[in-house]
Design a protein around this ligand. Structure first.
Ligand code: PMP
Ligand code: GLN
Length: 391
């Protein structure tokens, strides 16, 4: 996180300046570089879904929808969750539509963590987790993911040691941004066991649930014994349907948790834009074959970029899911990812994200930068050509 010295800002938010995504996108615009920083696709989602949003606006879906979300969207969310994972949620009371996964995460933490409660996060962590924990007055307890056999993973003993009598929540993001790790059944089972043993609530961020590669399976934590009733399961349409600007997310959780989150959500945004809800309800019902095509295309893009970065001299961690590749910059003689990310536009006209900003243990993240591959092939090819100039 890039810290902020603004004395008008409440102290608990002062460690958070501008997000790295905004900083790096502004840098890309300013320097006319190729933006492989912020993770957003440069092509649109399914055309019929876009049309549904237009029709919804023209058809008068322009006033407040119900606070929990449109019934048709809640039904589709419950139905796809049941069909895909065998997890049953009542659309009336166990599903809540939010303004992106970001609001789902923030309101869940605000609703479930008391000031002083400890929240375990795997670092590198998605930046909004740290900010939401700080807003709640809670305390983050990072457990570091480290490279081992070509992927980032955690040491179960370190995870166990992070639990204290003050631990209330654990945040689990799989497929994981920014490392691309998809937690295995064994890793998830270890997390689940700990949650049950210590009576922890899990908040799972599954926004990349459909974007896994090489037949790697995404398994929700909620399917493990004892977990369905202690998990707040979050996802979003942004990544699944390539509409990151629609900010349509959702929570599935036991009734008492949804009630708690909704109590907070009433006062952050009350409800979520009606046209997008209509269109996403349609997409969940009809456009999952389109998502299969997206997954196949993204896997090829992953290989295109990963191969290119490797040929440019980086050590590359080929992800099992998400939009992102981690590159170790040391083989090219660099040591500090933040410094390199800020200089990269000048050196070669490409923007990436420094991974260290997602760590408390900054040294653990210093050698890595993150590149996004959710871009057209010609954009990836041009970026790779430019990056090769670094060598
Ligand atoms: N969690 C993770 C891991 C993400 O990468 C993102 C960015 N899409 C979000 C949450 C936020 O999702 P949304 O845009 O739906 O708020
Ligand atoms: N999820 C996107 C990423 O990781 C960024 C979203 C944002 O800009 N807040 O790149």
């Amino acid at each position: 996180m890039v810290s902020c010295v603004n004395e008008a800002l409440v102290t608990r938010m002062r460690e958070f300046g501008t997000t790295i995504f905004a900083e790096m996108t502004a840098l890309a615009v300013r320097t006319e570089s190729i933006n492989l920083g912020q993770g957003f696709p440069d092509t649109d989602g399914p055309a019929a879904m876009l049309e549904r949003a237009v029709e919804a606006i023209r058809g008068g879906a322009n006033q407040y929808p119900p606070g929990p979300g449109l019934p048709e969207l809640r039904r589709e969310i419950a139905e796809t969750t049941r069909a895909r994972y065998g997890l049953a949620y009542d659309p009336d009371g166990e599903v809540l539509v939010t303004v992106g996964a970001t609001e789902a995460i923030a309101t869940s933490i605000l609703a479930l963590a008391e000031p002083g409660d400890e929240v375990i996060v795997f670092e590198p962590y998605y930046d909004s987790y740290a900010a939401a924990i700080a807003l709640a007055g809670a305390v983050r307890k990072p457990v570091t993911l480290r490279p081992e056999l070509g992927r980032f993973t955690f040491d179960p003993d370190e995870l166990r040691a992070a639990v204290t009598p003050r631990t209330r929540l654990i945040l689990v993001n799989s497929p994981h941004n920014p490392t691309g790790t998809v937690f295995t059944r064994e890793e998830l089972a270890a997390i689940a066991e700990l949650c049950v043993e210590h009576d922890l609530t899990a908040i799972t961020d599954e926004v990349y649930e459909h974007l896994t590669f090489d037949a790697v399976e995404h398994i929700p934590l909620a399917v493990f014994p004892g977990m369905r009733d202690r998990t707040v399961m979050i996802s979003s349409a942004g990544k699944t349907f390539s509409v990151t600007g629609w900010k349509t997310g959702w929570v599935r959780a036991p009734r008492h948790c949804v009630q708690a989150v909704q109590t907070v959500k009433q006062f952050t945004t009350f409800t979520m834009g009606a046209p997008w809800q209509r269109a996403v309800a349609y997409a969940l019902s009809e456009e999952m074959p389109w998502v299969d095509g997206l997954r196949t295309a993204l896997q090829a893009k992953r290989d295109r970029l990963a191969d290119g970065l490797a040929s440019a001299g980086f050590t590359v961690y080929r992800p099992a899911g998400t939009y992102f590749v981690q590159a170790d910059i040391r083989p090219l003689g660099f040591t500090d990812g933040l410094d390199l990310a800020r200089r990269l536009p000048g050196l070669c006209g490409v923007v990436a994200v420094p991974t260290q900003v997602f760590y408390d243990d900054v040294a653990a993240g210093r050698p890595y930068i993150r590149f996004a591959f959710c871009k057209r092939d010609e954009v990836i090819d041009e970026a790779v050509d430019r990056i090769k100039r670094l060598g």
